[in-house]
Design a protein around this ligand. Structure first.
Ligand code: DGL
Length: 272
């Protein structure tokens, strides 16, 4: 079983691509919607919450966990991989969304200037910049925090002129500086993919993160048969949330693009 973790329901936009590109596996999704958003929280708190999520997903039988959340990937993943897992879960792995997106950008030799948009936590961590420059030191990286986008998307203000105005304002500098690629470093932003592509124009590649991460997961699984993650005929999908907020199912189905039959509720604090 593959665990997918997000601060809320945004990670369903990543799971959606796992289900379409890798449908033959079992998945367990955990959305910490009681404590969302992570994007404005301190790295200490995001690390603490992320460790709780890791404990829960491994306790449920996940063999591998993917952090769909950029805020958790940027603030907690490295420390979890280097300090938490070796002590508590030796031999197990947790992957994030940053490396696949970074690898996608650097694999294109024509790209020399790239933009990154995300929550404050993700942008202030400068992790995309660091990872990009490690692989391609002469790359120019422009980062921009775009904190208003998550609430606008959750309010379903996708087509509103106000949202377009805010998007244009956020993207102005990146467009003026003629970035050739733009990384959407937040689970929610794919919902504005069409609008963002329109504003940035044809000369800028705007990747769909779910597609990129699913491609990378496929590759990872093909190289790690020792994980023994079974291909199954009747794959299971289990959904867990930390709060009964009514929008989880409604908005979650929109993010996932299919019906969510059953949502289980847990209290992560009780699990420690
Ligand atoms: N899932 C978060 C991310 O990708 C966005 C929502 C939040 O701030 O928790 O950064």
């Amino acid at each position: 079983m593959i665990g997918v973790f997000d601060s809320g329901l945004g990670g369903l936009s990543i799971l959606k691509h796992f289900l379409s590109d890798l449908p033959e596996y079992d998945y367990i999704y955990l959305g910490d919607n009681a404590r969302v958003p992570y994007g404005n929280k301190s790295s200490e708190l995001i690390y603490h919450y992320s460790c709780q999520a890791v404990d829960f997903l491994f306790s449920q039988g996940a063999k591998l966990i993917i952090f769909a959340c950029n805020s958790a990937s940027s603030q907690a993943l490295r420390k979890i991989q280097t300090e938490y897992l070796p002590v508590k879960y030796p031999g197990k792995n947790v992957l994030g969304v940053i490396v696949p997106l970074v690898e996608k950008v650097v694999s294109d030799p024509k790209i020399s200037k790239v933009g990154v948009i995300g929550t404050r936590a993700t942008i202030n961590s400068h992790i995309y910049r660091e990872e990009l420059l490690e692989l391609k030191p002469d790359l120019e990286v422009l980062e921009k925090a775009t904190p208003l986008l998550v609430p606008l998307i959750e309010e379903n203000w996708l087509k509103r002129p106000e949202t377009r105005k805010i998007l244009k304002y956020y993207l102005r500098e990146l467009k003026m500086k003629e970035v050739q690629a733009l990384i959407l470093a937040c689970t929610h932003y794919p919902f504005l993919l069409k609008e963002i592509r329109q504003i940035m124009g044809k000369s800028c590649k705007v990747y769909n993160p779910g597609e990129v991460v699913a491609f990378s997961l496929k590759d990872y699984l093909s190289r790690h048969s020792e994980l023994d993650i079974k291909l199954v005929k009747k794959p299971q999908r289990k959904f867990f949330a930390t709060d009964k907020a009514s929008n989880f199912k409604q908005l979650g189905e929109k993010f996932l693009g299919e019906k969510i039959e059953d949502i289980n509720y847990i209290n992560l604090n009780d699990k420690l």
